[in-house]
Design a protein around this ligand. Structure first.
Ligand code: ZN
Length: 288
C-alpha cells in the first residue's frame, strides 16, 4: 500500500479559531497514527478575504501548538498558474466553458453560456465554469460517517470567478491530486461538497481518495465557529496546552493524565500514542 499523505489546509482570513485547531489536530493525528506524512497548505486564493499577515500568524500559532509538518508550507497564491493551466485544459477538453453571467443575473436565471461558446479573449471578466457530467458518482465512503450520499446540486461549477478569484473547489482538488493526498481529513461543514469535488477528480483522470469528516465545533446549538462569523482566536481563549487538551476532549479522546502544565509537544506525543479514530464523534458538537 502506498504511504498515507494527509494535509491541513487553513485559510488565512483570520487567526486560528477552535474549529481550525480541531481540524489541525484531527488531520495531524490521523496522519501520524497511519505512519504517514502531514502537509501544510495555505489556501489564500481569495484575495478579498485573505491577508499575508494572517499566513505568518497562523504558521507561528501552529508552531506554538507543537505541530510539525512535513516539508515547506505550500502557499496557493504562489502557484496560480497551475490552477489556470488545469482550468484551460478542461476548456480544451470540452469539460468547462467561459461564462459572462453576473451574480445578480444568476440569482433569477440559469447560465446559458455553454451554448454561446465564448472565447477567452472575446470579452473581459469572463468566469470559467466546469460542466458537471450528467453521469457521476454521488456517494462516497467516509471513515467516520460511513456511506454518505450528496446529489451534486448544480449543472456547472465555478472554477474561476469573473473577478479572477480561483475557486476553492478547483484549487483544493488540483492540490490534493498534485500533492498525492491519500485522505482528506476536514470539518463536516465541507462534507456536502465532496461529491462535487469528486466530479473534478474524474474529469482530471485522478483516482478518488478517501475522506474523514470531523465533528463541527459549535459555539451553541445553532452557531458554527468560523472566521466569517468572527469566532474568537483560539489562543485568546487559553494557553496552547490548555486548548490542545480541550480539542482532544472535543474529539472524544482519552485525556486522562494530560495536564496544561505539560508542554504542547508532550501533550501531543502522549495523545498520539492512544489516539483512536473510532472515538471521534459524528456530526456537530457544542464546545464544552
Ligand atoms: Zn453564464
Amino acid at each position: 500500500m502506498s504511504q498515507y499523505i494527509g494535509r491541513f489546509a487553513p485559510s488565512p482570513s483570520g487567526r486560528l479559531h477552535f474549529g481550525s485547531l480541531v481540524a489541525a489536530l484531527g488531520s495531524y493525528a490521523v496522519a501520524k497514527i497511519n505512519d504517514g506524512k502531514i502537509l501544510l497548505r495555505i489556501e489564500d486564493l481569495d484575495f478579498f478575504r485573505c491577508k499575508k499577515e494572517y499566513t505568518r500568524i497562523i504558521l507561528k500559532e501552529l508552531e506554538e501548538f507543537g505541530f510539525y509538518f512535513d516539508g515547506e508550507p505550500y502557499i496557493q497564491s504562489e502557484h496560480t498558474d497551475v490552477y489556470y493551466k488545469v482550468a484551460k485544459k478542461l476548456v480544451t477538453e470540452g469539460k468547462a466553458f467561459y461564462c459572462n453571467c453576473t451574480r445578480s443575473y444568476l440569482k433569477t436565471n440559469t447560465c446559458q453560456c455553454l451554448q454561446k461558446g465564448l472565447k477567452e479573449d472575446s470579452e473581459d471578466n469572463l468566469a470559467l465554469r466546469f460542466i458537471i457530467p450528467k453521469v457521476h458518482q454521488d456517494f462516497f465512503e467516509d471513515e467516520i460517517y460511513g456511506q454518505m450520499s450528496f446529489p451534486v446540486p448544480q449543472e456547472s461549477l465555478t472554477l474561476i470567478r469573473r473577478d479572477k478569484v480561483i475557486s476553492y473547489n478547483l484549487a483544493c482538488v488540483v492540490d490534493d491530486i498534485n500533492q498525492g493526498i491519500t485522505q482528506v481529513v476536514r470539518g463536516s461543514d465541507l462534507i456536502d461538497i465532496t461529491t462535487t469535488q469528486m466530479c473534478l477528480y474524474k474529469a482530471l483522470d485522478a483516482d478518488y481518495i478517501s475522506y474523514l469528516h470531523l465533528p463541527l465545533a459549535m459555539a451553541d446549538e445553532t452557531y458554527k465557529l468560523s472566521k466569517q462569523n468572527h469566532s474568537p482566536a483560539v489562543l485568546d481563549q487559553g494557553t496552547p496546552s490548555e486548548m490542545l487538551i480541550k480539542a482532544l476532549n472535543f474529539l472524544n479522546q482519552d485525556i486522562d493524565g494530560l495536564s496544561s502544565e505539560m508542554s504542547p509537544k508532550t501533550i501531543l506525543d502522549k495523545a498520539l500514542e492512544r489516539f483512536e479514530i473510532k472515538r471521534i464523534p459524528v456530526g456537530k458538537k457544542v464546545i464544552a
